[in-house]
Design a protein around this ligand. Structure first.
Ligand SMILES: CC(C)(COP(=O)(O)OP(=O)(O)OC[C@H]1O[C@@H](n2cnc3c(N)ncnc32)[C@H](O)[C@@H]1OP(=O)(O)O)[C@@H](O)C(=O)NCCC(=O)NCCS
Length: 185
C-alpha cells in the first residue's frame, strides 16, 4: 500500500471510482456527482484543492447544507495497484482542539471492491507521522458505533476510546464514538 499525493496523472482512476458509485464523503453520497462535475470543469484545480494545507479551497459544506470555514488539510490516495480509497488529515494550527462541526482529525474510506484487505488500517498507520509533522501530539478520530470496521481500524492503529457523544446537529446529530491516538515524538 502507498499513500499518494493526489495528482492529475491518476485522476482517471479516481473518476472511475466515483463513476462506480463510490462516494468520497462518508456523510454525503451526492459528493460523488458533485466531484465528477468539478473534475469535468477544472481537473487541475480540483486536484490542487484536495491537498490543501493552507485551506485555500473555501468553505466546507456540511450534511445539513450549512457551510463552515475550511481547516488546513492534506489528502492522500490509498493506492495498491489501483486507486483504492482516500485518507485525509485536517487540523487547527497550534492546538489539538477541533470545532464541533469537524468530525475528527482523520477521515478515510476504501472503495467497496477493495475492502477487508487491511488497506484502511495501513493507511491510518501511514498518515500518523504526517499528523506529528504538523505539530499534533495526538489525533482524535470519530466513528459511529454502528461501524465496526472503522472501530477496528482505529483500534488496530492504536486508538483508545475517549467518549461517546451526540454529534453536532449540522453533522446529522448521530451517536458518535471519539477515539484518540497518541503520536510518538
Ligand atoms: C471502514 C473502512 C474504511 C474499513 O476499510 P478496510 O480497508 O476494509 O479495513 P481493513 O481491511 O483495514 O480492516 C480492519 C479491520 O476491520 C475489520 N472489518 C472490515 N470490514 C468489516 C466489516 N464490514 N464488519 C466488521 N469488521 C470489518 C477487518 O476484519 C479488520 O479487522 P481484523 O484485522 O481484526 O480482521 C471501509 O469499510 C469503508 O470505507 N467504509 C465506508 C466509509 C467509512 O465508514 N469510513 C470511516 C468513517 S469514520
Amino acid at each position: 500500500m502507498r499513500l499518494l499525493k493526489p495528482s492529475i496523472r491518476e485522476i482517471s482512476a479516481y473518476v472511475s471510482a466515483l463513476q462506480m458509485g463510490w462516494s468520497p464523503d462518508n456523510l454525503r453520497s451526492e459528493a460523488a456527482q458533485e466531484q465528477i462535475t468539478s473534475i469535468e470543469t477544472d481537473a487541475e484545480s480540483f486536484v490542487s484543492n484536495l491537498d490543501d494545507p493552507t485551506a485555500k479551497a473555501g468553505p466546507i459544506t456540511l450534511p445539513d447544507g450549512s457551510q463552515v470555514p475550511r481547516l488546513p488539510s492534506i489528502r492522500r490516495w490509498i493506492w495498491q495497484d489501483e486507486f483504492c480509497g482516500h485518507i485525509g488529515l485536517r487540523w487547527k494550527p497550534g492546538t489539538e482542539e477541533l470545532p464541533p462541526t469537524c468530525s475528527g482529525h482523520i477521515g478515510y474510506a476504501v472503495v467497496p471492491w477493495r475492502q477487508k484487505e487491511g488497506l484502511a488500517t495501513a493507511a491510518l498507520v501511514a498518515i500518523l507521522p504526517e499528523a506529528r509533522a504538523v505539530g499534533l501530539q495526538h489525533v482524535q478520530i470519530t466513528t459511529s458505533p454502528d461501524n465496526p470496521a472503522s472501530v477496528r481500524v482505529i483500534e488496530k492503529a492504536g486508538g483508545t476510546l475517549i467518549r461517546s457523544y451526540t454529534a453536532d446537529k449540522a453533522l446529522g446529530g448521530r451517536e458518535t464514538l471519539e477515539f484518540r491516538i497518541l503520536l510518538a515524538s
